[in-house]
Design a binder for this molecule. Structure first.
Ligand SMILES: *Cc1c(COP(=O)(O)O)cnc(C)c1O
Length: 389
């Protein structure tokens, strides 16, 4: 099959020409002064995206590496953890936590809903001694998000640390690490930052470091060790192992591109693309997957697949007939997702996604008002045309 014409997936997303050029820049020795400077600068710049004064780590593996490392570092047999589950990634975190010996408590809601912070407060009131709350900010497979601002404060007030999966939200949705009192935040570069998919970007608070240091089960001398990075790199200027030089170049370019226009601009751009996409879905006569638009994330728009069809069929037709790559439900349900992250949250990309999904459904025998959908999305975008790019 030929290359896709448009990648409007749930990530990895298409990268900008600048990121691609950076990925192709010379591969230098990792202790070359130029690379050391770049590595440090990139971490500093990321503090302005995470809005934190905490340590920032750049690990050489996709964000799952950061999530697993953080869970392993924070948990030992018997650690009391409250895991919030509103989708596939939250559920997956629970499997890890149990595996690492945690005394696991879960608050779970259907995968088209969001965990209510009031329920978290009530649970923590009723179950004193919870040491860690784990939460996914943007549940990408179902296109929902939860109120991490409130949950961070609630956890903190109950003496619990927080581990936040913000893999898909960083740079595209408001996330204020320090103000929201978040201890460990784990992100990826390949979602709203529009970077390559091979690095974990994460923040670790002083309180989290204390917990990890005091944990005899925390990995050391391991690919999964955060302590190695703290002791050898942050405190010792030596890499625990060779970082991925090309990936770092790509991440730095993506962060530079974001910061030049500013974090707020990036967040607004994602919000607008998402609003246009949702308006289009509704005007076409389709149903959004999230129970309410109030909990719809700005990263992807999840659309319920009409009865009689499957997400796999819709996705395949879109790609084969129109060269547009969208995402399926990834186990969250019978839904397809139009991603609007990084450069796909610019310009008329949401309209392309809607056109591809709408026309695909018509081709497959579903009656949708394609014209009304595209008009609605364009109206949303053109209201602020100067800002769309
Ligand atoms: C993309 C993503 C991850 C990383 O997981 P992959 O399956 O490797 O893509 C983790 N959490 C969330 C919420 C994500 O969107």
């Amino acid at each position: 099959m030929r290359e896709p014409d448009f990648t409007l997936s749930a990530g990895p997303v298409a990268a900008s020409p600048r990121v691609l050029a950076a990925l192709g820049s010379p591969l230098v020795y990792h202790y070359d002064p130029v690379f050391l400077q770049r590595f440090r600068d990139t971490a500093e710049k990321l503090k302005r995206v995470f809005l934190t004064g905490n340590d920032v780590l750049l690990l050489q593996g996709e964000a799952v590496l950061g999530l697993e490392s953080a869970a392993r570092g924070l948990v030992q047999p018997g650690t009391k953890v409250l895991n919030l589950v509103q989708g596939v990634f939250g559920k997956g975190m629970g499997f890890w936590l149990r595996d690492f010996g945690a005394e696991l408590h879960e608050l779970e809601v259907p995968y088209n809903d969001a965990v209510d912070p009031a329920a978290v407060a009530a649970f923590l009131d009723a179950n004193p001694g919870i040491e860690l709350v784990t939460v996914v900010h943007s549940e990408t497979p179902s296109g929902t998000f939860c109120d991490v601002a409130a949950i961070g404060a609630i956890a903190h007030a109950h003496g619990a640390l927080t581990l936040v999966d913000c893999v898909s939200s960083l740079g595209g949705m408001p996330l204020r690490t320090d103000e929201w009192q978040l201890d460990v935040c784990v992100a990826g570069a390949q979602k709203c930052l529009g970077g390559p998919p091979g690095m974990t970007l994460m923040t670790v608070s002083e309180a989290a470091w204390e917990r990890i240091r005091a944990n005899p089960a925390a990995p050391r001398a391991s690919y999964l060790s955060l302590l190695d990075w703290k002791e050898q790199w942050l405190d010792g200027d030596k890499f625990p192992f060779t970082p991925s030089v090309a990936e770092l170049h790509g991440v730095e370019a993506a962060v530079d591109e974001l910061l030049e226009k500013g974090l707020e601009h990036s967040i607004e751009r994602h919000a607008r693309a998402a609003a246009a996409c949702r308006a289009g879905v509704k005007a076409m006569g389709l149903e959004l997957w999230p129970r309410s638009e109030k909990i719809a994330a700005a990263c992807v728009t999840a659309i319920a697949v009409p009865e009689g069809l499957t997400d796999v069929q819709v996705q395949a037709h879109c790609r084969e007939r129109y060269g547009v790559m969208i995402s399926g439900g990834q186990g969250a349900g019978n839904l397809v997702r139009i991603g609007h992250m990084g450069i796909s949250a610019r310009s008329l990309h949401p309209v392309v996604g809607l056109a591809a999904v709408g026309r695909t459904l018509l081709d497959l025998g579903v009656r949708v008002d394609l014209g009304a959908g595209l008009e609605a999305a364009l109206a949303e975008l053109s209201g602020t045309a100067a800002e769309v790019a």
